[in-house]
Design a protein around this ligand. Structure first.
Ligand code: SAH
Ligand code: SF4
Length: 392
């Protein structure tokens, strides 16, 4: 007797994969379109796919192994404009997802790995090391959880910015982990987010941030993935970057710049450069000038983010005057530069910090499905308290 086929997370399947599954089950091809239509709207429980025959729903329930997260903690910062979610998957791994609300934008910052192997010394995630890759489903569900919470009104209250959307409009791969060190999940999740029948997000609305993994950048370029690329530079000389971003030893600045230049040329998409500004480390005039030169060559936009102080990290945030002088110097050299606020600072909400400061307890299960209002009510109950652990 042969073993039963292994269960799969449906979000790891492409449209072709769904078609193959449906064919294997002896079902007509249009069933794949129906299943896709549910998945892309966030419904992954076959029992809720009401246009499928009962027998197929039962078969699919045995074949699908959804990895729905539980909400373990929900912290609210910035007067209700930043919502930090700590989500835990069935195997116990916990990751962070942050929802940031603006007047005309609702941006979710998502994680692609539990931990990170890149070891950047200023980053809380980097300090904790790598634990495991997230699957495509685990990446996509972070967006679905945030979207469901917004659509259901679960986190709406008077503190939301005027005109904040009631659904997710932008996704940034800037949470825990290095997206290009988990390419399969990054590529598959972008496909789901881009799908016109679902979120339908454009390349402008999806940003993938990388520490500078050159082979991954080249792969994105070759595939023409519909995303905006953000490169975490942090240092504009190899000597300093080797220290701040250890992968620079393997892929130094010249190699990185060439890959980014090719990406810009071939995709015709604007690239952004991220610069975490660290007091007395990378906030001097020499770095500003070197950064401006690279940004000009790449015609890139620069985002400067003052470092969020992190426990166990010896560096500190830059002074206000140094920050202003650095930004002005880069701008004076003809570069478009934006000084970003560090969202969520008052709730341990910088990259990796909520997890670092939180000891895990039992959690309540969050919905993956949009419109599962009754289940979202539980999130609403949690959101009613500020700075809460949802389950106690
Ligand atoms: N691994 C990818 C994406 C996740 S990190 C990358 O490095 O680009 C997302 C962003 O958070 C990076 O730009 C990183 O530099 C920034 N970051 C990490 N630790 C920070 C801190 N303590 N203060 C401010 N930004 C930080
Ligand atoms: Fe990893 Fe990005 Fe943190 Fe570096 S900054 S350790 S690449 S998550």
């Amino acid at each position: 007797m042969s073993a039963p086929p292994a269960a799969v997370d449906p979000y790891t399947l492409t449209r072709e994969g769904l078609a193959a599954l449906v064919a294997e089950l002896g079902e007509p091809a249009y069933r794949a379109t129906q299943i896709h239509g549910w998945l892309v709207r966030g419904v992954d429980d076959p029992e809720e796919m009401t246009d499928l025959p009962k027998a197929l729903r039962t078969t699919l329930a045995a074949r699908f192994a959804p990895s729905r997260p539980e909400l373990v903690a929900h912290r609210v910062a910035d007067g209700g404009h930043t919502h930090k979610l700590l989500l835990r998957f069935p195997d116990g791994e916990a990751i962070e997802t942050v929802l940031m609300l603006y007047p005309r934008r609702a941006t979710v910052c998502i994680s692609t790995q539990a931990g990170c192997a890149m070891g950047c010394p200023f980053c809380a995630t980097g300090q904790a090391g790598f634990r495991r890759q997230l699957t495509a489903g685990e990446v996509v569900r972070q967006v679905m959880v945030a979207d469901a919470a917004l659509r259901s009104g679960a986190i709406a209250d008077e503190s939301l910015p005027e005109g904040a959307p009631d659904h997710v409009t932008n996704v940034v791969y800037m949470g825990m982990g290095e997206p290009l060190a988990n390419l399969p999940a990054t590529l598959a999740s972008v496909r789901w987010l881009h799908d016109p029948d679902g979120f339908g997000l454009s390349a402008r609305a999806i940003t993938v941030s990388t520490v500078g993994l050159v082979p991954g950048i080249r792969k994105l370029t070759a595939l023409g993935l519909p995303v905006t690329l953000a490169v975490s530079l942090h240092a504009a000389t190899d000597e300093l970057r080797d220290e701040l971003v250890p992968i620079n030893v393997t892929h130094p600045l010249a190699e990185l710049e060439e890959a980014v230049r090719d990406h810009r040329r071939i995709t015709n998409r604007r690239v952004s450069i991220e610069w975490c500004l660290i007091g007395d480390v990378n906030d001097d005039d020499r770095q500003a000038d070197a950064l401006a030169a690279i940004a000009r060559r790449l015609r890139a936009h620069v985002n400067v983010i003052p470092m969020n102080p992190t426990p166990g990290v010896r560096w500190k945030e830059p002074s206000r005057s140094r920050t202003a002088a650095f930004v002005a110097r880069v701008r004076d050299r003809g570069v478009e530069v934006t000084l970003r606020d560090t969202r969520g600072r008052d709730a341990d909400a910088a990259c990796g910090q909520l997890l670092a400061s939180y000891s895990l307890g039992a959690g309540s299960r969050l919905p993956a499905a949009i419109g599962a209002a009754d289940r979202v009510d539980r999130l609403a109950a949690g959101a009613a308290d500020r700075d809460v652990e949802v389950a106690r």
